[in-house]
Design a protein around this ligand. Structure first.
Ligand SMILES: *[C@@H]1O[C@H](CO)[C@@H](O)[C@H](O)[C@H]1NC(C)=O
Length: 440
């Protein structure tokens, strides 16, 4: 293992970084492919490094099928720290990881439960395993989702990074893996850094559009309301107050969030689900509405785009909430991810001459390490694995036109080839792979 990393045993079915950090929850993780050191890399070794800048440290992660590797990088201090201090810092990072990824929640148990309740989920569970809800910082989450209105993942990502670069000083410098050129990392700016009146127009100039003034006014409201309180542990009073919404009832917390500028029901619900611990909340947009129509029998047109009225919003919520139960918001995020264009080939076998689709455990392991194509993991026996894999590939191919055609406003990423082309190509690849396989 690379120097400085510590290991936390964690099966990839509990957490898939490749999915969770890129599916529209958080927009600030950097991803770097790792240069492979050996000519034939160990199929179980990590392929990517993920980095996230906190207020006081940069957290770096790597993942293998059964282990999460982590380390933290601090600003250079002129005084060498003691071994005790270092151990304390590492313990803090581990505590942050457990909290941020909500590792106390057994995701496999939830997947089992949703599969029993929902045949649609059952079909997707193996392909989209390891997708859990992050427990984000409420302030960053709020600002990111004010940016999310009429926007897409790549542009929200740009905005989040722009905010950090313009309104936070750089914290640490570190070259990407395999490189010598240092890159600077910036923490997310606190409310006080975005509250000054001129920030609104400055953000407009930085291509935030109408969202610029919304962010500034929300920051200003928060700072004014909590100016008399004392900051604690490196956090401003306004940030701490946002965290107290976690102790409130869902509807009371939602009312508080709706008071901010640029926050409607959808944005408020995203924040409730992603940073305020309201795991039952399902944020509804046109994509989720379409999913409810196509897969869960909600009445409505799957071609005409409906206006999202409060009544319709509630209908979608009730329908999906009844199906998925207490953790409905978490289940929704798995379905939402499956619907993203950027995930259209996620979890599918990737046949190629060097890695033919095969049914041996060893070759399955290779699939584990491929970027954005985790393995099919659930079936116990090899024979049933073979069978279920075949059925699933077939189902997935059949489902693609349905599951991938989200378009229009909201979060969606487009590939360059048309959907029909991609489906055709996928079908050819899958057929070729199975033909090659039968010959083995
Ligand atoms: C995201 O939105 C921007 C601005 O509307 C657009 O230019 C860009 O092509 C979109 N990107 C993707 C990947 O859809």
């Amino acid at each position: 293992m690379a120097a400085g990393f510590r290991a936390l045993p964690l099966p990839i079915v509990q957490l898939s970084l490749a999915a969770v950090l890129k599916c529209g929850q958080s927009f600030r993780w950097s991803v770097f492919p790792l240069p492979s050191e050996a000519a034939t890399p160990d199929p179980g070794s990590p392929t990517h490094e993920y980095r996230f800048c906190l207020r006081d440290r940069l957290v770096c992660l790597r993942q293998s099928p059964d282990t999460l590797f982590y380390r933290s990088v601090f600003p250079q201090s002129p005084i060498a720290i003691s071994a005790t201090q270092e151990a304390l810092q590492e313990a803090e990072t581990l505590a942050w990881l457990r909290d941020y990824f909500q590792l106390d929640v057994d995701l496999v148990k939830l997947y089992d439960d949703w599969s029993m309740r929902d045949p649609v989920f059952m079909k997707l569970r193996d392909r989209f395993s390891g997708i859990r809800m992050l427990r984000q910082d409420p302030w960053e989450n709020l600002v990111s989702f004010i940016c999310s209105s009429n926007n897409n993942i790549s542009r929200i990502t740009q905005m989040a990074n722009t905010l950090c670069k313009h309104y936070s000083p750089p914290l640490v410098s570190l070259p990407p893996p395999g490189s010598t050129e240092s890159e600077s990392y910036y923490p997310f700016p606190p409310p006080s850094s975005l509250a000054a009146p001129e920030v609104g127009s400055a953000l407009r100039k930085l291509a935030f559009g109408y969202r610029g003034p919304f962010i500034q006014r929300t920051a200003e409201m928060l700072v004014n309301a909590h100016a008399s309180e004392n900051p604690q542990g490196g956090r401003e009073a306004a940030e701490l107050w946002l965290m107290t919404l976690r102790e409130m009832e869902t509807s009371a917390a939602r009312e508080e969030l709706l008071k901010f500028i640029g926050v409607g029901r959808k944005v408020a619900d995203c924040v409730l689900l992603m940073s305020i611990d309201k795991r039952e909340v399902i944020p509804v947009d046109t994509h989720v509405h379409q999913i409810a129509i196509k897969h869960y029998g909600l009445r409505g047109s799957s071609t005409a785009k409906a206006n999202m009225t409060p009544k319709l919003y509630d209908e979608v919520n009730t329908k999906l909430g009844n199906i998925w139960g207490d953790y409905a918001g978490w289940a929704h995020s798995v379905l939402f991810t499956a619907d993203l264009k950027s995930f259209s080939s996620y979890g599918l076998p990737s046949p190629s001459p060097s890695t033919p689709l095969a049914h041996t455990p060893k070759l399955l392991k290779i699939a584990v390490t491929m970027p954005l194509t985790p393995p099919l993991t659930a079936s116990p026996s090899l024979a049933s694995k073979k069978r279920s894999r075949r059925t699933m590939v077939q189902e997935v191919v059949n489902d693609l036109p349905v599951l991938v055609d989200s378009a229009g406003e909201g979060v969606s990423l487009g590939g360059d080839s048309s959907l029909a082309d991609r489906v055709k190509k996928r079908r050819r690849l899958v057929t070729a792979a199975y033909t090659a396989n039968e010959a083995l």
